[in-house]
Ligand binder design. Structure first.
Ligand code: HEC
Length: 221
């Protein structure tokens, strides 16, 4: 068997498969398994908290009905609310196949940082919401890893309801089932998806903050 061509190819096939498994799976797992991994609660920061509270002011009826009405000053309750929205939002992002068309990875090539912001770093992916990572492989639409704070939440609501209303000729599908009827009434999954999108990049200094967010919001319309 070992003298025949088929035998050599067979053994080499198994050998290279095993080598690839060791170098691409086993070695990385052994190298990184002790690194701390943040939970959804731990990645909730003041910028995201602001965005989530802002969702409750912008969509008061929908928010109260689907998410609840935490006390304005109860930071712990807001943090919990934000973390659960992030978890659900990520599931919606996966379930709706957003990752088919959007990447979450700014590469250090082709001047990508000029278009989307700072090149992605490893530590950005060391959290529960990146298991498995949402790098994506296609870019029918723009990279979303720095999308948070770039647009207002009602822009996202209208855009998810009917992308062509804000972006003429957009090939992005409509996601009307994330709403109870109109863009003013996102349902729980819709609110969670908006929170998740507003979270993206909120860990970076480049994320617009409070007053800047208000300015951006005015510019959108
Ligand atoms: C068929 C491919 C496709 C799918 C699926 C898709 N998108 Fe898009 N998306 C696009 C394209 C193309 C654009 C750019 C045109 C536009 O703004 O609509 C875009 C734009 C966006 C933008 C605006 C980016 C910006 O600031 O200009 C966001 C946010 C977004 N998509 C989120 C999502 C989410 C969340 C989902 C899943 C619910 C999704 N997309 C599914 C193709 C897609």
């Amino acid at each position: 068997m070992f003298e025949s061509k088929a035998g050599i190819l067979f053994i080499a096939g198994i050998g290279f498969f095993a080598l690839a498994f060791v170098s691409n799976a086993l070695v990385p797992v052994l190298m990184y398994r002790d690194l701390p991994e943040q939970t959804a609660e731990e990645v909730v920061n003041p910028k995201l908290l602001y965005q989530v509270k802002e969702l409750s002011w912008r969509f008061p009826v929908a928010f109260e009905e689907h998410v609840g009405a935490p006390d304005e000053d109860d930071d712990a309750a807001w943090k919990e609310t934000a973390a659960s929205l992030l978890r659900l939002g990520r599931q919606v992002y996966i379930g709706e196949g957003c990752w088919h068309c959007h990447s979450q990875f700014v590469r250090p090539v082709s001047n990508e940082s000029k278009r989307w912001g700072p090149v992605s770093k490893t530590e950005e992916y060391e959290n529960e919401l990146q298991r498995p990572v949402m790098f994506g492989t296609r870019r029918v639409g723009p990279d979303l890893s720095r999308e948070g704070g770039r647009r207002s939440s009602d822009w996202h609501a209208v855009h998810f309801f009917n992308p062509e209303w804000v972006s003429p000729d957009s090939p992005m599908p409509r996601y009307t089932w994330l709403f109870d009827g109109s863009p003013q009434r996102p349902n729980k999954r819709g609110l969670a998806l908006i929170a998740y999108i507003q979270w993206l990049g909120s860990w970076l200094d480049s994320y617009p903050y409070y007053e800047e967010l208000d300015v951006l919001r005015e510019q959108d319309f």
